[in-house]
Design a protein around this ligand. Structure first.
Ligand SMILES: [Zn+2]
Length: 313
C-alpha cells in the first residue's frame, strides 16, 4: 500500500513538473551580424565558421531567430560580396533579418536626426535580401539597447520607427556574451584550452542564472511567467556554446517560438516609458513603466574574474 502511494505521488510529481515546464516559450534574437571579431585571423574565415555553426545549431533546435545587422560591416570592399553571402545564409536558413543601425552608434551621443540617418542607412542590403519573404514584420534593435537618454529623444525615435513600420525589439534575458567572448577568444588564440573551457562553463552557468532570474521576476510583474526573449551576439563563444545552451533551455521546458509570437503576448504590449542612458532588460523597464517596486538586486552579474580578464583588454 505504501509503495502504491509512493508511485502515485511520484507520477503526480512528474506530470506536474512536465505540465509546468511545457508552458515556457522563448524567442531568440542575435545581434551584430554578420560577425563580431575579437581574435586574430581573417574576418571572413572566422565569420563563416561562426555563421555556419550558429545556423546549423538553430536548425537542429528548430529555432527561427531574428538577426540584427550592422551594414557598415559590409563596406570592406574586398570582402563585401563574401560578407553579404553570410547574411544570405541567414535568410536561406529561414531566419529573419532586422535593423541594428548602420554603424552601431550610441544613441546617448547622437542627436535624433543623426540617429534617424543611422536607421535609414541600416537595412538597405538587408531589405534586398529579405525581399522574397515579404510581407514580414520589420524589427529594430537599438545598439546597446540605449533607447533614448531623454524623453524627447526616446519618443521622437519611437515615432520615427513606428511610421516606417518597425517594432522596437525588447529582451528579457541577456547573458553578457560580449564580455565572456573576450577572455574566451583570447584563451582560444593562446591555445589555453583549460581557460577557454573555464570561461565557457562559466558563461553557460551565467546564462542559466540570468534565465532563472527572468523566470522568477516576471511573475512579480505580470502575475505569471511570460515568454522570454533572449539577446545574444554572433561571436565565437556563442557559436561554440549555442548547442549546449539551447539544450539547457529545453531541459528547463522551453519551446522556441518566433519573435512575432512572443511579441503578441499581452505582457509585451506594456509600453516602455523608462528614460535611461543605460540598456536594461525590458522586465526592468516594464516594472518601472508600471510604477512597481520590484527587487532586481538578484539579477546576476558576470563573475569578477571574468570581468577582470575582460577589462584587461
Ligand atoms: Zn549590438
Amino acid at each position: 500500500m505504501k509503495r502504491m502511494l509512493l508511485i502515485v505521488f511520484l507520477f503526480g510529481l512528474v506530470t506536474s513538473v512536465q505540465g509546468q515546464s511545457a508552458r515556457r516559450t522563448m524567442a531568440v534574437t542575435i545581434d551584430d551580424l554578420p560577425y563580431v571579431k575579437f581574435s586574430d585571423g581573417v574576418y571572413l574565415e572566422r565569420a563563416r565558421a561562426a555563421t555556419s555553426k550558429i545556423l546549423s545549431t538553430l536548425k537542429k533546435h528548430q529555432v527561427v531567430a531574428v538577426g540584427f545587422v550592422n551594414e557598415h560591416m559590409l563596406v570592406e570592399s574586398r570582402e563585401r560580396e563574401g560578407r553579404i553571402a553570410l547574411l544570405r545564409q541567414w535568410v536561406d536558413g529561414g531566419m529573419v533579418l532586422g535593423n541594428h543601425t548602420y554603424s552601431h552608434p550610441d544613441f546617448n551621443r547622437l542627436t535624433v536626426e543623426q540617429f534617424q540617418d543611422e536607421i535609414a542607412k541600416g537595412d538597405v542590403v538587408t531589405r534586398q535580401l529579405m525581399r522574397s519573404r515579404q510581407p514580414y514584420q520589420l524589427y529594430f534593435r537599438h545598439p546597446m539597447t540605449h533607447t533614448g537618454d531623454t524623453q524627447e529623444k526616446k519618443e521622437a525615435i519611437e515615432k520615427f520607427l513606428a511610421a516606417r513600420g518597425y517594432k522596437v525589439t525588447p529582451h528579457t534575458i541577456e547573458n553578457s556574451d560580449f564580455i565572456f567572448n573576450v577572455p574566451y577568444a583570447e584563451a582560444r588564440q593562446k591555445k589555453d584550452d583549460a581557460l577557454a573551457k573555464r570561461v565557457r562553463d562559466e558563461y553557460l552557468a551565467f546564462t542559466i542564472a540570468a534565465t532563472e532570474f527572468a523566470e522568477k521576476v516576471s511573475p512579480k510583474v505580470f502575475g505569471r511567467e511570460i515568454p522570454q526573449t533572449l539577446l545574444i551576439h554572433v561571436n565565437d563563444i556563442t557559436a561554440d556554446s549555442l548547442d549546449e545552451m539551447l539544450t539547457r533551455f529545453e531541459e528547463r521546458g522551453y519551446k522556441f517560438v518566433t519573435l512575432d509570437e512572443v511579441m503578441a503576448d499581452p505582457a509585451y504590449q506594456t509600453k516602455d516609458t523608462l528614460v535611461t542612458k543605460f540598456g536594461p532588460s525590458w522586465l526592468f523597464r516594464w516594472t518601472k513603466s508600471k510604477g512597481m517596486d520590484v527587487d532586481f538586486e538578484g539579477d546576476p552579474e558576470p563573475p569578477k574574474w571574468v570581468m577582470e580578464l575582460y577589462n584587461e583588454k
